[in-house]
Write a protein that binds this ligand. Structure first.
Ligand code: ZN
Length: 168
């Protein structure tokens, strides 16, 4: 194990992280959320500090995740009161331990998210990017490790959106 691959906890997962490679693939042009100025990306950029619990933000920063600039971010569900937003980051290394993010069922494999915070609700699944359906960053150093997906779901109510969007 090289010294630039420290094993770092991300919630319940432990990941041998290649820090240099992880830093190098953040905010990569061509990815869906790159330089996006939609309502949801703007909300995230202006208020992730008010949304993420500080311990979790510290874990992400420690592995050089560029928090305001995810690889993908979009609203996938709304019920009029709440909006559910998916936020995806990529890091480089190897997952050493943690809950299996996939559950095999009759209707195929389902992602199993783990709760990070109750209010606003945030959950996380960590898994190899080979199971990710979408655009992934280009990793030039293919000896650095594999691409790992940090796949987050955030639920914000309309009141929260209103407050943070008008303050943005
Ligand atoms: Zn956007």
């Amino acid at each position: 194990m090289k010294k630039f691959r420290p094993t770092i906890p991300i919630s319940e997962w432990k990941i041998a992280t290649h820090l240099e490679a992880t830093g190098s693939i953040q905010n990569q042009s061509g990815l869906p959320a790159y330089a996006c100025s939609c309502k949801w990306c703007s909300l995230w950029k202006s208020s992730f500090k008010n949304i993420l619990p500080s311990w979790f933000a510290s874990e992400l920063k420690r592995i050089l995740v560029d928090i305001p600039n995810p690889a993908d971010l979009y609203r996938f569900e709304t019920n009029g009161k709440y909006s559910s937003i998916r936020i995806v980051y990529f890091i480089v290394g190897k997952i050493q331990s943690g809950p299996n993010a996939w559950s095999e069922g009759d209707s195929g494999n389902t992602l199993m998210y783990r709760t990070i915070q109750e209010k606003p609700y945030i959950s996380l699944a960590v898994y190899s990017a080979t199971h990710y359906y979408g655009d992934v960053p280009i990793l030039n150093d293919n000896k650095a490790g594999e691409l790992i997906c940090l796949d987050m779901r955030l639920m914000v109510n309309n009141e929260f959106q209103h407050t943070h969007l008008t303050n943005a």
